[in-house]
Design a protein around this ligand. Structure first.
Ligand SMILES: C[S@@+](CC[C@H](N)C(=O)[O-])C[C@H]1O[C@@H](n2cnc3c(N)ncnc32)[C@H](O)[C@@H]1O
Length: 233
């Protein structure tokens, strides 16, 4: 397990930005990692996600805004920390977003990239990977972009292209409470495919969903390992 207070050694108090925050899942971890007197802001281009994050975490003092990460409203050098968690594979032109994150990060500030990856996973984690890949295919058919997750080395390669120093890479696993949510999602997987009923891809994806549900019965389901990449501008 990660001790979030230890992931940003020597971080200065100030503003921290969580990009692609969805319901604020990672923003709340950033808040744990930041020193007293800091402010955490989460942005998402989906207005309903930002609204739900506000409902969940506003009383903890976190702020959420609807904003496109590829064209942020913030001036250069605004944040002590910028973070992108499990969102890189949701952005087709991710180079623009990474460049915007670098622009709004102060010199000496921390850049955090967290991504689940697909290789080196046990049987239960491979069920999660298969479920996630099917969800990505459905998202693309329904009009929002999501690609299959990368391999561990591919994520490191992307992170190493950024002009950052003092890079660290840490693998971590979510606790069992998260896996219970994945199991509940798995039970609805075949029903999710009904959203593309009548489309040419329907039969094949329905079969794929039923196979993944069988594998879940046999092997269980566990979240894929995530890689936390940290560097300084
Ligand atoms: C899988 S969710 C992120 C989950 C969360 N950060 C976590 O670590 O659990 C991906 C989010 O990225 C958002 N997103 C995708 N493209 C975006 C963009 N260009 N600007 C802002 N948010 C974006 C989506 O709306 C979605 O809520």
């Amino acid at each position: 397990m990660i001790v979030w207070k230890e992931v940003l050694p020597g971080v200065r108090p100030g503003k921290a930005l969580d990009v692609g925050t969805r319901f604020g899942e990672f923003a709340v971890r950033l808040a744990e990692a930041m020193p007293v007197g800091s402010e955490v802001i989460g942005i998402d281009n989906d207005a309903s996600a930002a609204e739900k994050a506000r409902e969940k975490f506003a009383e903890k003092g976190l702020l959420f805004e609807q904003m496109d990460a590829a064209a942020m409203d913030y001036p250069d050098d605004t944040f002590e920390v910028v973070a992108l968690s499990n969102t890189l594979h949701h952005i087709e032109d991710y180079g623009k977003v990474l460049a915007e994150m670098l622009r709004v990060l102060k010199p000496g500030g921390f850049f955090v990239l967290n991504e689940m990856y697909r290789d080196g996973q046990d049987a239960a984690q491979q069920v999660h990977e298969a479920q996630h890949t099917l969800e990505a295919k459905l998202d693309c058919l329904l009009g929002s972009y999501q690609r299959r997750t990368w391999k561990r080395e591919e994520i490191i390669e992307i992170f190493r292209t950024l002009p950052l120093k003092d890079m660290t890479f840490t693998d971590f696993q979510e606790d069992a409470a998260y896996d219970a949510k994945l199991e509940a999602k798995n039970r609805k997987l075949a029903a999710e495919v009904e959203k593309i009923a009548g489309r040419p891809e329907y039969e094949a994806l329905k079969r794929e969903a039923l196979e993944i549900q069988d594998r879940c019965q046999k092997d269980g389901i566990r979240r894929c390992t995530q890689l936390l990449c940290v560097g300084r501008k």
